[in-house]
Write a protein that binds this ligand. Structure first.
Ligand code: SAH
Length: 228
């Protein structure tokens, strides 16, 4: 997929190339992930007032107290997920839809869950405009999407207090779950591989800061996030 010329511009393409270069310098090595970030127009996933900052390596607000993740975080999580074309991938926290687009660009069959209907709807429209047609469902992703399991990859883009058991169960053998786990201030990235019917291997790497995963197996809803 290449965005229609009206949706992109030479300036944004140059800025994307510079961003890809920065991500390389920060240690992202997966060429397919870098290529996807070089191709997907991130500016289209934020309000036009933020377009001048769309290719900085920072998180940006997307409304409802939520953020589009920093490009380094998107690249790092996607690299850990090791997506192969045709993989069934579940994303928890559609948000802007940007990470969803990266997964689609890598050739995955993407299922994405978002608890806030307004964000899910906006993401769906943006993704369709770019020619991507992931399955998007409004609901509590901390319980996963059992009807579509098993998944080759599950990517959680919000902070979990612990690893939700349903997500472990919805992994295929050999499947990867990438999830930030910790308290509200700081979470460590976990990459959990299901190695057998009742066996999982957990690798922990760097600290990050995500917005909270709110749900039955996440944080309780204290009402700080407006439903609309
Ligand atoms: N991947 C997104 C990141 C958005 S921030 C992007 O690239 O823009 C995390 C998102 O997770 C928010 O939109 C938030 O509403 C959503 N979220 C939080 N708890 C959730 C849950 N239990 N199920 C589904 N989505 C959830």
């Amino acid at each position: 997929m290449n965005p229609a010329p009206s949706l992109d511009s030479r300036r944004f393409r140059r800025e994307r190339e510079a961003l890809v270069q920065q991500l390389r310098e920060k240690g992202i090595t997966d060429e397919r992930v870098l290529e996807a970030i070089g191709r997907i127009p991130r500016h289209l996933f934020v309000d036009s007032a933020l377009w001048p900052r769309a290719y900085e390596d920072i998180a940006l607000p997307i409304g409802f107290g939520q953020t589009i993740s920093q490009p380094f975080t998107v690249a790092y999580q996607t690299q850990l997920l090791q997506v192969q074309p045709g993989d069934r991938v579940l994303e928890i926290g559609t948000g802007s839809g940007y990470q969803t687009a990266i997964l689609c660009a890598l050739g995955a069959e993407v299922f994405s869950m978002e608890r806030l209907p307004a964000l899910a709807e906006r993401a769906r429209e943006r993704l369709e405009a770019l020619g991507f047609h992931p399955a998007i469902r409004v609901g509590d992703g901390s319980l996963g999407w059992p009807e579509q399991a098993p998944f080759d990859g599950i990517l959680v883009t919000a902070a979990a207090p612990s690893v939700p058991e349903p997500l472990l169960e919805q992994l295929a053998i050999g499947g990867r779950l990438v999830i930030p786990v910790g308290d509200i201030q700081e979470q460590y990235m976990h990459r959990i591989v299901r190695t057998g019917p009742q066996a999982w291997r957990d690798e922990v790497s760097y600290p990050f800061r995500f917005v909270p995963l709110i749900g039955e197996r996440g944080w309780p809803n204290k009402g700080e996030v407006e439903e609309l």
